[in-house]
Ligand binder design. Structure first.
Ligand SMILES: [Zn+2]
Length: 363
């Protein structure tokens, strides 16, 4: 007898194809950058042998919006590779030695160790993870999104941002070479890094903007949740109401800026609530939006997922769940969130709530 499926919560308005609640935009060809203003330190142009145009599907949005589950499900499509939060390869993977979705430390994982080998050998010198983290902090944080987009228009991305872009480009290309995938899903979610993707040569940038009701993410960030990627007793970081509200605004404004920018092949807006309501339809639509055929999805009966494991760099602990699971929306916040918490969050974000179809009223 088959075991009853467990439940996996997408910790992150209803999803209806063909309505304005699910928006997709297609853009023209990527404008090629022909001249880089800075000779970046980690790349001497030696990443040869990768000639096919490959697609990176970058998920943008604030945390606790269901991106890990979405990334994992997309990875079940033939030709797709679920990379998790690839930006955490350096700090969480190499320095903190947290484990890959496959359960091995990153530098022992067959996929990421091979990727790192390729990136290291293609560079002028060995990559120093701390140096890359410094580049990210000084050139590719969310607040840099607008300047990166502005400078991309004039082909003038320089300094730390350009250097970080080159490192991540090499990582993406190496991942394609190692996995043989044609679509790489990166659920790092940071708008500035998504903005850099739009001017990476040899890569086709596609974007998925994932939004969740910020009252729900506020509640989720306050819950204690086991981390599961290093020490059994360690829990996920928790954020307060102000941090959640302001970051929700900043990340979504950053995503909107990318939607308006040039160099974007496709941009899809998906709400957590719609994803949870019809996960199978959501995955199908995303695949088609980037010009791929979804084929046989790892989802049956609309919401029963069959998860076979992954090589995600980082993300929600749900990435370690395998087997048959029921996908269900995590709505505990609706009945258990303190009214004052909901009021504070609503006050911070109300100008943008209606934009995504969320009610402004607190009760
Ligand atoms: Zn792995």
């Amino acid at each position: 007898m088959q075991a009853a499926p467990r439940t996996i919560f997408g910790d992150s308005h209803s999803f209806c194809l063909g309505t304005n609640r699910f928006r997709r935009e297609r853009r023209g060809p990527v404008s090629e950058q022909t001249d880089r203003a800075v000779r970046v330190p980690f790349h001497e142009g030696a990443m040869t042998g990768v000639i096919k145009q490959v697609k990176v599907l970058y998920i943008i949005g604030w945390g606790r919006s269901g991106s890990t589950l979405l990334d994992n499900l997309l990875g079940g499509i033939d030709g797709f590779f679920s990379g998790g939060e690839i930006r955490n390869l350096w700090k969480e993977g190499l320095i903190e030695r947290r484990v890959c979705g496959c359960g091995r430390p990153i530098n022992e994982c067959p996929v990421w160790s091979a990727v790192l080998d390729r990136v290291g050998t293609s560079s002028a010198r060995n990559l120093d993870p701390r140096e890359i983290i410094d580049l990210e902090r000084s050139g590719a944080r969310t607040r840099h999104t607008w300047s990166i987009l502005r400078r991309t228009q004039s082909n003038d991305v320089t300094g730390q941002a350009a250097a970080y872009r080159e490192v991540m480009r090499e990582v993406y290309l190496a991942t394609f070479a190692v996995t043989g995938a044609t679509v790489l899903v990166d659920s790092s979610k940071v708008p500035a890094q998504a903005a850099l993707l739009s001017s990476m040569s040899d890569l086709e940038p596609h974007y998925l903007h994932l939004v969740r009701d910020p009252r729900a993410s506020a509640y989720s960030w306050q819950r204690q949740k086991a981390r599961k990627d290093l020490d059994e007793s360690e829990v996920m970081p928790r954020f307060g109401l102000i941090k959640n509200g302001l970051s929700w605004l900043e990340f979504n404004l950053g995503a909107e800026a990318i939607r308006r920018s040039a160099g974007v092949r496709s941009f899809t807006l998906l709400r957590y609530e719609d994803f949870m309501a019809e996960p199978r339809a959501a995955i199908n639509h995303i695949a088609r939006a980037i010009g791929e055929s979804p084929g046989d999805l790892p989802i049956s009966n609309d919401r029963t997922a069959h998860l076979t494991g992954n090589h995600t760099v980082s993300g929600n602990p749900s990435r370690f769940t395998t087997g048959t699971v029921e996908i269900r929306s995590d709505d505990e916040w609706r009945t258990k969130q303190a009214t004052v918490d909901r009021l504070v969050t609503t006050s911070l974000v109300f100008p943008m709530l209606r934009r995504y179809g969320y009610q402004v009223r607190v009760n």
